[in-house]
Write a protein of this length. Structure first.
Length: 211
């Protein structure tokens, strides 16, 4: 099996497990425009590529297979209701993931975990109300104008996350560490909220330099 077929089969398995998927660029992580439906922009009436239809309804299997036949080497899961309430907790700072696991304890057990091509971690679960994309914790960074950079954030309604074994712009691959994208577990909203609260408590820079 060649590598592209390996990525394709992973995407099809996630799709079969109720996850809406979209084709993404291995160079930018952005959706591949020429493979997306064309929608009116609502202002000029011009048609533009959009992944929004896949926020409402998942692509069918022939469509997903077609993406890979055209050379796609990366795909993403669409978060939110279309994927059964999918919530992704994204740890851009690897050390924050270890601290969060220690703080969350048994609440973090049994969920899907991957390492990103950039060296961070992402955790996937389903819950009744995943919410929209949120920034949960920051780390000080004097190189940034604001004096901080994001350490932990979520992908919920309106967001997506590239999944293993997709290629990352760095040339490395996303790696599944725990669980199965075809069987992302559903948890209670109380448990999901507790996981998010544990992340917020790790915030090291709640205010910008300007604030």
């Amino acid at each position: 099996m060649d590598v592209d077929a390996f990525v394709r089969d992973a995407a099809l398995a996630a799709l079969a497990g109720g996850v809406s998927v979209i084709p993404t660029s291995k160079r930018s992580k952005q959706p591949v425009c020429n493979l997306l439906p064309l929608l009116s922009d609502g202002k000029t009436g011009k048609l533009k590529p959009s992944w929004n239809p896949f926020r409402e309804e998942a692509a069918d299997e022939p469509t997903v297979r077609g993406w890979f036949e055209k050379g796609v080497a990366s795909y993403a899961a669409v978060a939110g209701k279309v994927s059964g309430g999918l919530l992704v907790i994204d740890f851009d700072e690897p050390s924050f993931y270890a601290a969060w696991r220690a703080a969350a304890g048994e609440l973090a057990a049994g969920l899907v975990v991957q390492r990103t091509g950039g060296g961070g971690y992402q955790l996937l679960l389903r819950c009744p109300n995943p919410g929209e994309n949120q920034k949960l914790a920051w780390v000080p960074d004097e190189a940034e104008d604001t004096g901080r950079r994001i350490a932990i954030e979520t992908r919920g309604e309106g967001g997506y996350a590239v999944l293993a074994p997709s290629l990352h712009p760095s040339g490395k691959r996303y790696e599944l560490l725990e669980g199965d994208f075809a069987d992302v577990p559903a948890v209670s909203q109380a448990r999901a909220d507790a996981l998010l609260a544990a992340a917020r408590k790790l915030d090291e820079a709640p205010f910008t330099k300007q604030e």
